[in-house]
Unconditional design. Structure first.
Length: 577
């Protein structure tokens, strides 16, 4: 490691400890209605309120031309010195604690960020889903038969993909932290798109397994990398809804892919090739175009938007850059404790992985989608087995995709509105459970439309994935931990995917009664996991309350000044649940 890198890490260590100091003081500042800074410059009369895409004039109940700058530790001369961004922070030249702006300016800027940043990140995720999800559409076009593969071969291919995806999560996140998401994410996309369209030439089991492995390696970490990139531009309260938009792009891509697949699969016989071969080729080439565009459209930093591709003046004015940087740092000062191209040391990596206070969320990530995943994966084969045609099957996934999109947005808004996570997860599982029981009860002679209706309702269950990614970030409470915890959470999800690949087996087809019985048990188990996670965080917070309240004010001040506790291990930090 170079001396410069060592100096950066040393500076980051110092600031990481200081920047998390006195959360209780910050929470007190947040509750003030009108606050004055050291320079008597007025701050916002209202706390930050959530507002959504249909509120074009910004949050309700505020003066749109009033001051939007929120109270923070930077307004307290005593605390401010402990929260200064590190000297290597890439946006340091725009950091100004005395800077003020209006709600009108902030809302306008936020819409600009949504259009310039969020929209394209959504396009990239849609491209990922095209290449990750088209294997299901290929199944509707006799993919397995053409390659002489069995259902178990298909399961093995999915497992190979999932294992490789899982193993690549953390390395990809570490590469992204060193190189920057603006460099690494486009490179990922270009590389996996080449593998994706190369599936046009699949010949059998070996090539199927090989491409599954390569796609997993190259796509692993993409979601965590994009989450890290979005955190540069959005506050903690804004990120969950943007992540919901992010996963909405996934669903919209599935919807678009259904129509694309319907048309492309009709190309069976063109130049003597199967329709699924054309599907892989055309959708892989679409991803290649998006990946090339990403090199020009992803920013190195909020204050570095000028380039030959984006224009010499960039996307944001100097004042907009000031708003962008200061509102994010005021919301979370720890975002200034590392350079966005600063690598994470092995010691910091171990500290993040061994953070047992995040394990309850990782366990939730492992289990929460297992009760629905096999049904979604096998939807095409199931619909074909009960009498629907190839082209009917291609379009019949649309209703559950639209339903899943709407319920996901609803549960994310509700979670933000009520500041509640576990209960929303439990409600999602309670949506799934009766439908699994109904699915288990069907026989060979049951009405195929009844089976389809139950399956559609089940797959329309609200996904709490976006809520849980933001929850992981919130309970990490440091840049170092956030970088790793996002990847570890996704790894837990992939481990769950490995298990679900073997719930439905060939000897259980076509009704999969044994598999559905297992899914009912998994669903019930997941409800208890959510309850256990909530109980854990409540008890942890109560324990810290007792320790903190047993200390005198002087003892609390000594702790804040001298403690070596970092991130979520500080006594003044409280876990969200």
């Amino acid at each position: 490691m170079s001396s410069n890198s060592a100096d950066v890490e040393k500076a980051a260590d110092v600031h990481a400890s200081e920047l998390t100091e006195s959360r209780s003081s910050l929470e007190k500042l947040d509750r003030l209605t009108v606050t004055e800074s050291a320079s008597d410059s007025a701050l916002a009369k209202h706390g930050r309120k959530p507002f959504f895409f249909w509120q074009v004039k910004g949050p309700s109940g505020i003066d749109i031309d009033g001051i939007a700058t929120q109270p923070s530790v930077f307004d307290d001369p005593v605390l401010a010195k402990h929260y200064q961004p590190c000297p290597e922070y890439e946006n340091l030249h725009r950091f100004d604690p005395s800077f003020r702006w209006t709600w009108r300016e902030e809302v306008t800027l936020l819409r600009k960020i949504d259009l310039r940043i969020m929209l394209f990140v959504g396009f990239m995720f849609g491209a990922l889903q095209l290449d990750r999800g088209n294997i299901g559409q290929a199944n509707a076009d006799n993919f397995l038969t053409d390659l002489h593969l069995s259902t178990n071969d298909f399961n093995n291919g999915n497992t190979i993909f999932t294992v490789c995806f899982l193993l690549a999560e953390l390395p990809s996140q570490l590469i992204s932290k060193k190189l920057g998401p603006d460099r690494w994410v486009p490179t990922q996309m270009v590389l996996w798109s080449i593998v994706a369209f190369s599936q046009f030439w699949l010949t059998g089991r070996k090539t199927f397994y090989a491409t599954r492995a390569l796609l997993g390696v190259l796509q692993g970490g993409f979601i965590a990398d994009c989450t890290l990139y979005l955190s540069y531009f959005y506050t903690a309260s804004e990120l969950p809804v943007r992540l919901a938009y992010f996963w909405a792009a996934d669903t919209l891509a599935n919807i678009i892919a259904s129509f694309l697949g319907f048309g492309i699969l009709h190309m069976r016989g063109v130049r003597g090739y199967a329709g699924w071969r054309w599907l892989f080729l055309i959708e892989g080439l679409i991803t290649l175009v998006v990946g090339i565009l990403a090199y020009g459209l992803m920013l190195p930093a909020p204050t570095k938007s000028a380039s030959w591709f984006r224009g010499k003046d960039g996307w944001f004015s100097e004042r907009e850059e000031l708003i962008l940087v200061n509102r994010v740092l005021r919301d979370d000062p720890s975002k200034g404790d590392m350079h966005n191209r600063q690598p994470i040391s092995w010691h910091k990596l171990w500290l993040s992985i061994s953070d047992y206070d995040l394990w309850p969320i990782y366990i939730i990530g492992f289990t929460f989608f297992m009760s629905t995943s096999p049904i979604g994966t096998y939807l095409s084969l199931t619909l074909r087995s009960i009498g629907f045609s190839t082209f009917q099957t291609t379009l019949m996934g649309l209703p559950n995709q639209v339903g899943g999109l709407l319920t996901m947005l609803l549960v994310t808004y509700s979670s933000q509105r009520f500041n509640e996570r576990n209960i929303h997860g439990i409600l999602a599982q309670l949506w799934v459970l009766p439908n699994l029981i109904a699915l288990r009860s069907f026989g060979l002679n049951s009405n195929k439309w009844s089976k389809y209706a139950v399956t559609t309702i089940l797959l329309s269950a609200p996904s709490t994935h976006a809520v849980q990614v933001a929850w992981t970030s919130r309970n990490s409470n440091s840049v170092r931990s956030r970088t790793v915890s996002s990847a570890v959470y996704n790894m837990a999800c992939q481990l769950g995917g490995i298990v679900t690949n073997y719930v439905y087996r060939s000897d259980d087809a076509p009704l999969y009664k044994r598999g559905n019985k297992d899914l009912i048990a998994i669903c019930c188990m997941t409800i208890f996991v959510y309850v256990g996670a909530k109980a854990y965080y409540i008890l942890r917070n109560r324990s810290r309350d007792r320790k903190w309240n047993s200390m005198s004010k002087d003892e609390q001040e000594v702790y804040l000044t001298t403690t070596t506790d970092k991130g979520n291990k500080r006594l003044d930090f409280r876990f969200a649940h």
